[in-house]
Design a protein. Structure first.
Ligand code: KG4
Ligand code: ZN
Length: 335
């Protein structure tokens, strides 16, 4: 049995979780700074790292308390080592390193994207080879996984990430930050009447591009404003969502067929999208498709604890993190 204390602080969520054997979440505390950043319409890195400093110790204490555990019972400490906002990451890394050092525990640095994918493994058995569709505020990737902890990038975005496009379009439409979930809700009330472009790029390839689609929405909104015409917000949300989902689902389907995978894992903040969840099952019928639970789609430490377990099984952890050696948390970015 292995109990992992996992820490996540790559963006604006301070989170600590205790996870048993990569599967069972014993406790899961997330302190979101969403309300603070909403005032600015986006995450302000300096404010995010300062708030992590203020709250991180309390989040550690709460996670241990909720799991009824003492530091003694922890076998391994895991922490997001990137990608993310550097100031925010440093707070989590320093807190995890200090905790591991103080209690004599091994330490493991985990790639944030691996965490998003392994969030699905908390509630499902992962089957390989698998295809992971990772869609978040910072990433849009199709990844082939031959086995546990093996990541081959098939395609990625050439410009904006999907979540970023959602948030920017939402802002153009005057919706609150973060706009993705609000846009998703409004899309349900409208219909696809604006006929936006479908950015397939090369239909047989797996790269994405959403900035042109975003610009198409911005142009329509600006032209309407000049003509004093009102935008049908629900219809625009439905139109944008239809275009994004057409492209994402088509490419995912193609990749799953080409690589003969046993499972499609959809992960990252945008995996919370209701429209996507509904349509993908209808359109990719002969594949097993799994999603993380809603609470584990957006940034959280439970997913880091899940990924850390399989990473530890494969590669072990650092025991000499303060004694020099190659690197504290592993600098190579093995996706
Ligand atoms: O994974 P995440 O919490 O942070 C990153 O690592 O980026 O993802 C946050 C992103 C935001 O852009 C947010 O607008 C988007 O996920 N998002 C959604 C939905 N829920 C969150 N986008 C579309 N539909 C949703 N329901
Ligand atoms: Zn994330």
């Amino acid at each position: 049995m292995m109990i992992i204390l996992a820490v996540e602080s790559s963006c604006d969520e301070s989170s600590v979780a205790l996870v048993k054997d990569g599967k069972e979440v014993l406790s899961h505390v997330v302190l979101s700074q969403m309300d603070i950043h909403a005032i600015y319409g986006g995450v302000v890195p300096e404010i995010a790292s300062r708030n992590h400093v203020v709250h991180m110790t309390r989040v550690f204490e709460q996670a241990l308390k909720e799991a009824h555990m003492t530091p003694k019972e922890i076998d391994l400490v895991a922490v997001t080592r990137g990608p993310g906002l550097i100031g925010s990451l440093l707070v989590g890394i320093n807190a995890a390193t200090a905790f591991a050092f103080a209690h004599g525990k091994p330490l493991l640095g985990v790639n944030h994207l691996h965490g998003h994918i392994y969030a699905a493994g908390l509630d499902h058995e992962l089957k390989f080879p698998a295809l992971a569709l990772l869609i978040s505020g910072g990433h849009t990737e199709l990844i082939y996984m031959k086995e546990h902890m093996s990541f081959e990038l098939l395609g990625t975005t050439l410009d904006d990430a999907v979540g970023e496009a959602y948030d920017k379009v939402a802002r153009t439409l005057g919706l609150e930050y973060p706009g993705g979930p609000i846009l998703d809700k409004l899309a349900l009330l409208g219909s696809d009447t604006y006929h936006l472009p479908r950015p397939y790029l090369d239909k047989t390839a797996f790269n994405f591009s959403f900035s042109g689609l975003k610009s198409a929405v911005i142009n329509i909104v600006h032209n309407s404003a000049q003509r004093n015409e009102k935008i049908r917000v629900e219809d625009m949300c439905a139109s944008f969502q239809a275009s994004v989902l057409d492209v994402i689902i088509e490419k995912t389907k193609l990749a799953s067929e080409k690589y003969l995978v046993k499972q499609v894992i959809v992960a990252g903040g945008v995996a919370a999208n209701q429209g996507l969840r509904k349509r993908i099952y209808e359109e990719i019928k002969d594949q097993e498709i799994i999603f993380p639970k809603m609470a584990y789609c957006t940034d959280n430490a439970a997913m880091i604890g899940a990924a850390a377990y399989y990473q530890y099984l494969k590669k072990g952890a650092l025991k000499n993190y303060l004694l020099g050696g190659e690197s504290t948390l592993g600098i190579e970015d093995e996706r």
